[in-house]
Design a protein around this ligand. Structure first.
Ligand code: AMP
Ligand code: GLY
Length: 420
C-alpha cells in the first residue's frame, strides 16, 4: 500500500512514525515533509494547499491512501477532489471542515443543537459590532474571534472597550487575517482548565483518544504570547472519568449527530478544544484535524494500529474497531527557535538528537532540514521531544533529560510543561 501524508510538522512526523509500524505499507510519501520526515518517508516538494499538483502526484504515483493532516488543505476541499479521483483519504470533506474553518458555522451549530459553548453574537458589519460592544451592561473581558482560519492567531481577549474596538478594527476593517475577518464572533470570556480531546470518527461512531493538555504560551508560568503549542502532557489530569462521561453525552455525540443531521457527516479526526468551567465542560473550539503538538504525545499511547483505524474511518466501519491505549503517560517538550512566535533566525545546526533518543525519547521534527548528514533549523517550532512512562513525573523527567542533550543556537523551551 502506498500512502501520502500531507503536511510537514511534528504532527505529521508522529503520524508517519505510527503508520510505519504497519507492514502493509510499502511506501510513504510526505508533501512536503521536513528534515526528520525525510529519513522516514520520501518528501515531495508540493505545497499542502496545491490541490491540482497534489492530485496529479497521487494519481501518477499510484497512491492508495492520503492522510490530509493540516487545516488549510481540508478547508479548501483537498479530500473532495482526491476522492473524486478515486483516491481514499483520511480527513473531512470541505463542508464538514467548516467546523474549524468557520467559527460562525461552529457556533451556530452548537446553538442549534444545544451543545454547551460560550454565549456569543456574530457580526458581518464593524459598525454593528462596535455599537453592540458599547451597549450598557456589557462586561469585560470579551473574546473577539475572526471567523476563518488565522494561523491560530485569530482570537483576541480584550480587557476593556478600547481593546475591543481596536480588535474589531484590526480584524474587520484592516483585515489583519485577510478574508478570515469578514465575519467575527464576539463571545463571553470563560475560565477553567483547558483540555484537548482528539477523536476518531467515521460520521456514525466516535471514539475519543486519550485526552491531553497543550501549553500555548511561549514562556513558563503561561506567560507571553500564544504559540502553536509549546508542550503537551497526556492524559490531561483535569479530565476525570466523570467529566469524560459528561463530555461524551453533552458534547461529543451531539456534535457527531448534528453534523450528520445537517448533511455533512464528519469523517476524520475531530478535535474538541474544551474548557472545564464551574458550570461544566464547554466547547472553546473545534478543529477538523489532529492537534499539533497534541498528536505527538497522544499517538505515543496508541496501541492499536493507526492505519487500521484510519481505514475503518474511511470505510465507515469504526464500530468494528476495538481501539486500545497504553496505561502510560506521555510528555512532549517543544524546542523552538529563540524569538518565536515573533521573528527568529533559522539555518542553525542541531546537535544531540541521537543522544536524546538514546535517553529513551522520540524526537519528532517540526522545523528542520537534513543536509550533509546533519539537521538544521528551518522554523519556529523545531523539535518535539516526547517520552512515555507509567508515571507522569517520570515521562516529564525523561523528556527533559533528552531535551537537555539537544542544542542549537538560541534554542528556547519551557521548563514547566505538566506543572499545572
Ligand atoms: P482558539 O484559537 O479558538 O484555540 O483560541 C485560543 C485560546 O484562546 C484558547 O485556547 C483559549 O485559551 C482562549 N479562548 C478562546 N475562547 C475563549 C473564551 N470564550 N474564554 C476564554 N478564553 C478563550
Ligand atoms: N495545539 C492546538 C492546535 O493544534 O490547534
Amino acid at each position: 500500500m502506498r500512502v501520502l501524508v500531507i503536511g510537514g510538522g511534528g504532527r505529521e512526523h508522529a503520524i508517519i512514525k505510527s503508520l510505519k509500524k504497519n507492514n502493509r505499507i510499502t511506501k510513504i510519501f510526505a508533501a512536503s515533509g521536513n528534515g526528520g520526515i525525510s529519513l522516514d518517508a520520501e518528501c515531495v516538494p508540493i505545497k499542502a494547499v496545491d490541490i491540482e499538483a497534489m492530485t496529479e502526484f497521487a494519481v501518477k504515483n499510484a497512491v492508495d491512501y492520503v492522510v490530509v493532516a493540516p487545516d488549510d488543505p481540508l478547508a479548501i476541499g483537498m479530500v473532495d477532489v482526491l476522492e473524486e479521483k478515486g483516491i481514499r483519504c483520511f480527513g473531512p470533506k470541505k463542508a464538514a471542515a467548516r467546523i474549524e474553518s468557520s467559527k460562525v458555522f461552529a457556533k451556530n451549530l452548537m446553538r442549534k443543537y444545544g451543545i454547551p459553548t460560550a454565549a456569543y453574537k456574530t457580526f458581518n458589519d464593524p459598525k454593528e459590532a462596535e455599537s453592540y460592544v458599547k451597549t450598557d451592561g456589557i462586561s469585560f473581558p470579551l473574546v473577539i474571534k475572526a471567523d476563518g482560519l488565522a494561523f491560530g492567531k485569530g482570537v483576541i481577549i480584550a480587557e476593556n472597550i478600547e481593546e475591543t474596538l481596536s480588535a474589531i478594527t484590526e480584524i474587520m476593517t484592516e483585515k489583519k487575517f485577510g478574508e478570515s475577518g469578514n465575519n467575527i464572533v464576539i463571545e463571553e470570556f470563560l475560565q477553567g482548565p483547558e483540555v484537548s480531546v482528539l477523536s476518531f470518527t467515521d460520521g456514525k461512531t466516535l471514539v475519543p483518544m486519550v485526552s491531553s493538555m497543550d501549553h500555548k504560551r511561549i514562556y513558563d508560568g503561561n506567560k507571553g504570547p500564544n504559540t502553536g503549542g509549546m508542550g503537551v502532557i497526556a492524559p490531561n489530569p483535569h479530565y476525570t472519568k466523570e467529566i469524560a462521561a459528561i463530555c461524551e453525552k453533552t458534547i461529543f455525540l451531539p456534535t457527531l449527530n448534528a453534523m450528520r443531521e445537517e448533511g455533512w457527516p464528519f469523517k476524520g479526526c475531530l478535535y474538541f478544544g474544551l474548557m472545564l468551567t464551574k458550570k461544566g465542560p464547554v466547547v472553546i473550539e473545534y478543529n477538523c484535524r489532529f492537534g499539533d503538538p497534541e498528536t505527538q504525545a497522544v499517538l505515543r499511547l496508541l496501541e492499536t494500529d493507526l492505519l487500521e483505524i484510519m481505514e475503518a474511518v474511511t470505510d465507515e466501519k469504526l464500530d468494528s474497531m476495538n481501539i486500545r491505549w497504553k496505561e502510560d503517560h506521555a510528555a512532549c517538550v517543544v524546542l523552538a527557535s529563540g524569538g518565536y512566535p515573533a521573528s527568529y533566525k533559522t539555518g542553525f545546526k542541531i546537535d544531540g538528537i541521537k543522544e536524546a533518543e538514546k535517553k529513551g525519547a522520540v524526537v519528532y521534527h517540526a522545523g528542520t532540514q537534513y543536509r550533509d548528514s546533519s539537521f538544521f533549523t528551518t522554523g519556529g517550532r523545531v523539535l518535539g521531544v516526547t517520552a512515555t512512562a507509567p508515571e507522569l513525573g517520570d515521562a516529564l523527567e525523561k523528556a527533559y533529560n533528552a531535551a537537555e542533550a539537544i542544542s542549537f543556537e538560541s534554542v528556547h523551551y519551557r521548563k514547566d510543561i505538566g506543572k499545572y
